[in-house]
Design a protein around this ligand. Structure first.
Ligand code: GTP
Ligand code: MG
Length: 195
């Protein structure tokens, strides 16, 4: 994908603040600090359009970005950060659930997992919830640069088994080495062509 333009549109917490539902949209979801914002920056070839941080839980609002004037990318705040107070966590969950279940222009979700971490119940629940709500998704295993190629393959196979998918459904990706960048773009193009 040739990205000619990428710009921040706005942040939102509730539907009245979302930009008008016009362009097809792809949302990026995953655990806090997994590398969602870094993935978006890598896809669009910008170092810092989307703020990244080594402090988990940095992205707290739903952030909308316009890509090439024809797609919207949505950076969703990460879940599962233990240090966030329970009350805030609850608001967070409903903010994300409301977005995912009501956004009419949402074409699909790129769900991002750390290649080194075995998915747990939170991940299984989220994927079940997406299925149940008929929201298509692509699966990305990020931070692959932290492992050797051989280890990457082993983790890919193990995570595929846990998620009941085939190995090829899990895209090995690194924001550092840019491994898998084209494969993620292909998966996004497939999500955009579904509807
Ligand atoms: P929140 O918005 O806080 O939920 O985090 P996020 O999922 O957007 O993660 P972010 O992109 O901010 O990255 C978190 C940390 O992981 C940063 O220190 C990044 O530099 C690092 N990181 C992200 N992707 C990669 C990767 O592919 N490889 C390596 N080695 N580090 C990465
Ligand atoms: Mg982020």
């Amino acid at each position: 994908m040739n990205v000619k333009s990428a710009e921040f549109v706005k942040s939102a917490v509730k539907p009245s603040q979302y930009p008008p539902a016009i362009l097809p949209e792809i949302a990026f979801a995953g655990r806090s600090n997994v590398g969602k914002s870094s993935l978006i920056n890598t896809l669009i070839g910008r170092k810092r359009l989307v703020k990244t941080s080594s402090t988990p839980g940095r992205t707290r609002l739903i952030n909308f970005f316009n890509i090439n004037q024809n797609i919207t990318f949505v950076d969703i705040p990460g879940y599962g950060y233990a240090k966030v107070p329970a009350a805030l966590k609850k608001n967070w969950g409903s903010m994300i659930e409301t977005y995912l279940s009501t956004r009419t222009t949402l074409n699909g979700v790129v769900f991002i997992l750390d290649v080194r971490r075995t998915p747990g119940q939170a991940e299984l629940n989220l994927l079940d919830w997406l299925d149940h709500n008929r929201i298509s998704f692509a699966l990305v295993l990020t931070k692959s640069d932290k492992l050797s190629k051989a280890k990457q393959k082993l983790r890919q196979a193990l995570i595929a088994r846990v998620l009941s998918v085939v190995d090829e459904d899990l895209i090995l990706f690194s924001a550092k080495s840019r491994q898998g960048k084209e494969a993620v773009w292909r998966a996004i193009t497939a999500l955009l062509n579904l509807s």
